[in-house]
Each structure stands twice: as structure tokens, then as C-alpha cells.
Design a protein around this ligand. Sequence first.
Ligand code: ZN
Length: 320
Amino acid sequence: MDEGRIRRLVLTAVAGAGEGSYLPVGVSARHVHLSEADFHLLFGKEGQLHKEKDISQPGQFAAKEKVTLQGRKGSIENVRILGPFRKETQVEISLTDSFLLGEKDTPVRLSGDLEGTPGLTLVGPAGTLRIPKGLIIAERHAHFSESQAAVYGVKDGQKVSVRIEGKRPGTLEAVICRVGAGHELELHIDTDEANAFGLANGSLAELVTEAGPRMVPQKNLSADARKVLSPGTKPPEMPPVAVPAPPRKEESPRNSIPREKVLDLVTEAEIRAAFKNNERKIYCSKKALITPAAADAAAAGDMEIVRLPEVETKKRDINW
Ligand SMILES: [Zn+2]
């Protein structure tokens, strides 16, 4: 397992535990996506795209091949090609680059939204190509798989803010969430934005949404399971937290639950074990992490996962 994947898994678990919704930062340096036809115009008929290394988004890679960008006023050499080939050629630069090139009218756009964008000249070892459109400054965005989006509580197309701490702290607003297969947890900003906030690849930014993080993916769950699992909703059959006179033991099962029975992490294994023992309820602490598989298993077995808001979750130590 590569380090990026480990970090994404840990960050998603931290978010699921309600301890902060952090995103790993990916800084996009200027780069080019090429159509296959355009690649061969620049690198010759026999030219081939060679992988230098994988990048965080599944299937995408940085290629060994580079091109020169030629603008109205200046040029930038050694601009990396990202593979695989795309339908349309697209050049992503920073605002600073747009000044160097003399292309001040370059718009801020999401990747792939190229209608009405300016063109540019690309120079490769075997040819020069003038593209009629495709020059953009990438709009800041964050990638999520379906399950990561469920944990972070975001939807495709939603705009969120991210908070950055450190020596140059601040908040980046209007970060567009891109959710779906082929996306992996990462905040994508360009070099201008990264430098403004003192960020580098692998830095952390905290997602800020009004709703806050969700504990588990909610779809595919029964209505009852959803009620139990949704944060902020008190589980059924539970007296209010602040009871003036505590009820006697036999009236409140919660008072007789030993701490070791209250889980900080609920996985499918716990649900299956409890099911075998004919237990209908599993108790967990205030900010316990309930894995999606556990929630599904509980819903399938008609079991209840009862969150006890008065029992604090033991702190997990996470060092970066
Ligand atoms: Zn991206």
C-alpha cells in the first residue's frame, strides 16, 4: 500500500470519528493533457507516452515527455504532460504563468470545461501545434470517492471552504467537490494558491461545511438504521442526556453497561459477534467510528447501534 493511500484511509477514519475533516493537499504545477492526435503532431507518428510516475488520481500519471508553451509574449519550457490521453487537449497554468506567457485573459475553469477558452501554441520535439482553445487556470477543487464523500458529508458539485493553519493561515472558499469513481481524496490547488498559503504536496487543509462530517454512508440503510446512525439525532429509546435524578439501574440499561462493552470502533466483526450472541444492540461512545460495513451488517441483521453521547471516545494518537 502506498503512503498516499494510507494517509487517505487514516484521514477518512479521522473524519468518520468526528475528529476533523482533513484533506491532503495536492499542488498542481503547470501541465498539459493531450489528445492522442495532438501528441503525435508534437512527438511524431512513432512517438510514445512514457510513464514517469503515478499520481494520486486513479489511472492518471505524469509522463516523461514535456512540451514548451508559447504565448503571445513569452514561453515556458519543460511543461509536463499528464497521461493518459484525453479527448481534448487542455493546458493548465497558474495566473503567474498567464502573465509570463502574455495570456492575461486565461479564465479560471474546471478541468474539461473548455468552451470559449483561449488557445495557445505548443512546441514538441517533432512539431509545433496551435490549439484553438484549451488554456485554463484550474479552478480549485477537491476529489472524493463515493464512500469518502459520504463520510465527509459532501455532494458532487457542492462548493465548500477549506481552512489552512500554519504560518500563512487562511480560508479558501468556493472549492468545488468532485465525487465519483475515479476520484480519490485530495484538495487540488495550483502553485499560486499553494504559495499564498505556504502549502506543499501532502499538507493538510480542514474541510469546513455547515453540516459537518457524517458518520457513515447513509444510502442503502434502513430508515431505523439511518435514525440511529445520523449524527445529531438522538437514538430512539434513550432518555435525555441531562436527567435531573438518574433513573434506577433496572430502568436504564445504559447505566449497567460496563465501559469495556462501549466500543470506540465498531466494525463488521463486532456486529457479527454480537449477532451470534443474540444481542440486539451494540453500544458505542460519543464519537465512535462506525465502519460502513458495520452499519450495513447491523441494518441487515436488524440490530441497533446505540451511540452513548455521555461516554467520551478515547483519544487516538495520530502523528503526521
Ligand atoms: Zn484535480
